[in-house]
Design a protein around this ligand. Sequence first.
Ligand code: UDX
Length: 431
Amino acid sequence: MKVAVVGTGYVGLVTGLVLADLGNEVTCVDKDTKKVESIRAGIAPIFEPGIEEMLKRTLKNGNFNITDSIADAVKKSEIVFIAVGTPPATDGTPDLTAVRAVAKDIGKAIDKPTIVINKSTVPVGSGDMVEQIIKDQGVASDLFDVVSNPEFLREGSAISDTLNPDRIVIGTRRPEAAEKLKELYAPLQSEFIVTDLNSAELIKYGGNSFLALKISFINAMSRVCELCNANIGDVARGIGADQRIGPQFLYAGLGWGGSCFPKDVQGMVATAQGLDYDFGLLKEVIKINEDQTNHFLDRIEHRIGGFEGKTVGLLGLAFKPNTDDIRDAKALVIIDRILKAGGRVQAYDPVASHLVEDHFPAAIYVNSAYDVSKGADVVILVTEWNEFRQIDLARLAGTAKEAILFDGRRVYAPEKARAAGWEYHTIGIAS
Ligand code: UDX
């Protein structure tokens, strides 16, 4: 099929590439001409396993094209995805400026039957909004359909998630539009959930809010464990073994960050608020998440007698492993607090250091994990990159001023860390 994808962020670019790799003729669109040139030259703007190979392959076989013109892409496509960003505005509601602008340009270009698919994460009612904007450009309502088809990919495994979805949600008014999308996605052999537009939009917000709730729940449990000498790892394993609950997203740590959970949980709260429902449960989920990092930092400060004049080594900066994304990364909160308290930060991340440096030029960014502990008063593991799981803990301890390790992701076995010379502290186990 002939497909256009507007927006080349994580969702847009990965969707476009996967559809091209499945044999469709895909044209991606981005208004950033530098990005367009670089993608056209085979350079992916994001760090994501497998993406460069897929880009080079589909550019070479001609299935993937990129342009800065929405009109050109829409005119040669039967299906048009909207996959532009919806960052949170100051009041927590998603900013739909980009979605509106793109819908307008799509409306101006439609000259034959077209299915417009919203893949951006948007509040309930956005499908209706997109439809109205397109109609306002003079497009007859029987010439186009608007479909909500939310994306569930995770950063770091975006391509394999897109190729192996748990389900494909299609929200539409017309069964014919759903049939067309089923045809497009048929090679993925996934379950289809066909519903109305509003329900599809809520599935995305609801799903991410529930996952964030699961993490905040286990993080709240970790606080109880610390207070009663229990072990959160065992507690989570025991709870998660109940098939009705499941073991996933019950991993206690510094809390959730990234480009989706913070935005979508806030978006769910704001959506409910707009409908006159106070979603207090989710407000607490957000609060627990913020408290989790601050409580860990309180424990560290208490142990080392405050950050002032101390050197703090940080292992990892990205919001999670296998990505260079630092949006709402816990590292930002941690560095901010240490620097404001008069401490020194020396940090290492395999890919994200340069991005954090833009925010915090005063911190020192070292070139290897082993340099993090040199002369440090305390080391904090912030992001659980595999590189840190396999690190020589004794070598790391050897150069520290004080071999005190606070493991924010529960990566190391306490006895191994202690045998390697560390005074070891972690989440969900009393110090
Ligand atoms: C998430 C959703 O999983 C995905 O379906 C959606 O499309 C976008 O948002 P992503 O943000 O890429 O994906 O990362 P994910 O792997 O879900 O992790 C989110 C955050 O939760 C990370 O900060 C991670 O460290 C944290 N997390 C995850 C935990 O603290 N514990 C867990 O058990 C799982």
